[in-house]
Design a protein around this ligand. Structure first.
Ligand code: GAL
Length: 648
């Protein structure tokens, strides 16, 4: 099958099969950023791509070079490089295996050669990465005898990626960048460009126990003041509503003076964020209006309105505007739009707009973000919140993904992988077995997109291990001092499409993963097919332009750190760590600060005692473009912002 690639922007081509009605970017309501037009032209890699119809699938096939690596395919928690994998993408709560069932199964893949493919569809997408060969390739494949030939391998050249979409109607978007990072940036800009959070959103968040009433919540805020922790947002969990699971979205009698409480908090600079999920109770004041627009099946005993219908979005916006926004609520946590299968409606469920349960699930988080975001957008006020699911096209929605798991390693890998798909990940803190674990988790959190203590099921506080209360306070101060640096990273996300959190591969290329062997060691149980993977880097990442984090796990006092070429310096002490890249074994004490490193020439703005200071590392000349704006409106969209050059 031939399809015509039509250039829409420099380095971006659209190719359509059939007549797709629903696209992810259409559903998100975002338009590509005009900035795309300022980027250099690149060559279209269309000659590498072939299309076929196979049964119910539209299949895109692209040949990969031997050294070409593939990234993306959704938010991953076990790996960054995705080679020799199969992903059946669908929104789900991640269950411990990178199978494609994840909170953000974004159907975008990008290769180390700077080629990106986005399947702009909410339908089922399957990715076969270096695992699919066709009969017609036979002549190019060299068979080896496993018993007698050392060159036998379970994965054979030539290598392909095959992407199968279970629909005859699909829009594919092809991106070609000068490198991996440039290609990801073009994808982000195509989806509208990243969001800039309100400045308050980068402060300290606390979510309260779900059983708390107004007085309890006020006491929590008071306690923060007493302990001199600068609270920025207080999150109310399900119990703020008159009913939850299913939800009413109406205030509970536990909060008789919600408006007064919120206004008083605001005087102290504390915002209120509300938890919701998509399942609506018959006790809700919007139930009757939404009933005719809801799907065939219940979730958590509640109806599920079809967000794909504009009228539904309007009803919900109206309610949220009146009951929450108008009394000062700053945003939402949108929960359980993923859920394991058993909590959600079945795939065959029917929704009034004609979509089924499968498609609804793939769109639910995306549309839930759109509804709530638009309330704030229409009032020229920024919001910041959480969502447990999203999809392609959501890069401009100010929502961070979280989940119910608590594996430190997975949390770090989430930060390494999220940047490939226009999403951001929050390694929220909920509890700890030891003071050292509490410190290590806070250290990671403090350099993440959201500094969130989620005490929804307990009464955790930053000071719950008194012996490390000061250490935790210092960690929160570090976050505050880096605020101008973080804020600038988000501005680059918006204006240039550069993700604020990035894998080292994005900044430094693939040489770090180049030790390809033919075959791995045979083990009849652990590795019966002698598989071998590229060496991945999934426990250290870049954030902003020039900081690299190498978090230490709870319980660990040493770890291996990989340094790209050049001199690198300890961010905290300024001490030089390596002369020209390499791998070192780093040892730390229980309460040592989070290992953070800056390259030669790095210029990093830091706020200390209300003044802006600059830290300069090494001897190479360097500069930093510092972004600023009013911090809470969308006026930056009409040019009200500044970039200041800091040279050192
Ligand atoms: C979970 C969510 C938690 C908390 C809880 C409240 O699904 O992940 O963070 O909000 O619901 O019931």
């Amino acid at each position: 099958m031939m399809i015509e690639w039509k250039k829409s922007y420099p380095g971006v081509w659209n190719g359509t099969v059939g007549t797709p009605e629903l696209t992810l970017t259409g559903v998100s309501g975002k338009r590509p950023s005009d900035r795309l037009n300022q980027l250099p032209e690149t060559a279209c890699p269309e000659h590498k791509i072939q299309f076929d119809t196979m049964g119910k699938y539209t299949v895109l096939r692209m040949e990969l070079d031997h050294e070409e690596r593939v990234f993306g395919g959704g938010l991953l928690f076990k790996q960054v490089i995705t080679e020799n994998q199969v992903y059946h993408l669908r929104v789900d709560h991640y269950a411990g295996v990178d199978s494609g069932r994840t909170h953000a199964p974004v159907p975008f893949v990008v290769t180390s050669n700077g080629i990106g493919i986005f399947c702009n569809t909410p339908e089922q997408v399957d990715l076969y990465i270096r695992t699919a060969h066709r009969k017609e390739d036979k002549a190019k494949i060299c068979e080896h005898d496993r018993a007698g030939d050392k060159d036998w391998s379970c994965y054979n050249a030539p290598y392909y990626i095959e992407i199968a979409v279970a629909s005859p109607n699909v829009e594919f978007i092809l991106f070609s960048g000068e490198n991996l990072k440039d290609c990801v940036a073009r994808f982000n800009l195509y989806c509208g460009g990243g969001f800039i959070p309100p400045k308050w959103g980068l402060g300290l968040w606390h979510r309260t126990n779900m059983t708390m009433d107004e007085n309890d919540v006020q006491s929590v805020v008071e306690e923060y003041k007493k302990h001199h922790f600068p609270l920025s947002v207080i999150g109310l969990e399900p119990g703020w509503q008159s009913g939850s699971y299913p939800c009413t979205y109406d205030w509970s009698a536990r909060f008789p003076n919600a408006e007064r409480m919120i206004r008083n908090f605001l005087k102290d600079g504390v915002r209120v964020n509300l938890w919701e999920n998509p399942c609506i109770s018959e006790k809700s004041s919007v139930y009757e209006k939404l009933y005719p627009y809801s799907g065939s099946h219940l979730q958590w005993c509640g109806i599920v309105p079809d967000y794909n219908i504009p009228e539904v979005r309007n009803i919900l916006k109206e309610h949220h505007r009146k009951s929450h926004f108008s009394i000062g609520v700053s945003g939402y946590k949108l929960d359980e739009s993923d859920g394991y299968d058993k909590w959600l409606c079945p795939d065959h469920a029917e929704f009034p707009s004609g979509i089924n349960g499968f498609v609804f699930r793939n769109l639910c988080g995306l549309l839930f973000q759109r509804i709530t975001f638009e309330i704030y957008r229409e009032n020229n006020q920024r919001t910041y919140g959480l969502t447990r699911s999203t999809n392609g096209g959501s890069v401009g929605f100010p929502y961070i993904i979280y989940n119910d798991r608590y594996d430190f390693k997975e949390f770090v890998t989430g930060l390494c992988s999220c940047g490939f798909t226009g999403t951001l990940w929050c390694p929220e803190v909920r509890g700890a077995q030891t003071a050292q674990e509490w410190v290590r988790r806070f250290q990671l959190l403090a350099i993440s997109p959201m500094l969130l203590l989620n005490a929804w099921a307990n009464d955790a506080t930053p000071w719950m291990f008194p012996e490390v209360e000061n250490t935790i306070r210092e960690i929160v101060q570090l976050r505050e001092s880096l605020q101008p640096y973080f804020y600038t990273a988000f501005a680059k996300y918006h204006f240039e499409g550069i993700p604020p959190y990035r894998s080292l591969f994005m900044d430094y290329g693939m040489f770090l993963a180049e030790n390809r062997q033919h075959s791995g060691d045979l083990d009849d149980t652990a590795n019966p097919y002698q598989e071998v993977q590229s060496s991945d880097i999934k426990d250290q990442f870049m954030f902003g332009d020039c900081l690299m984090a190498a978090p230490l796990e709870p319980g660990e006092n040493s770890r291996k750190v990989i340094f790209p070429p050049g001199k690198w310096f300890d961010f905290h002490t300024g001490k030089q760590i390596v002369e020209n890249g390499g791998v070192i074994e780093l040892t730390c004490d229980d309460l040592s600060p989070m290992p953070l490193f800056a390259p030669d020439g790095a210029v990093i703005p830091v706020k200390e005692n209300g003044a802006l200071h600059v830290r300069k590392f090494g001897n190479l000349p360097g500069k930093f473009m510092l972004y600023d704006d009013d911090g809470e409106t969308f006026d930056y969209e009409s040019g009200k912002y500044s970039w200041k050059e800091i040279e050192a």
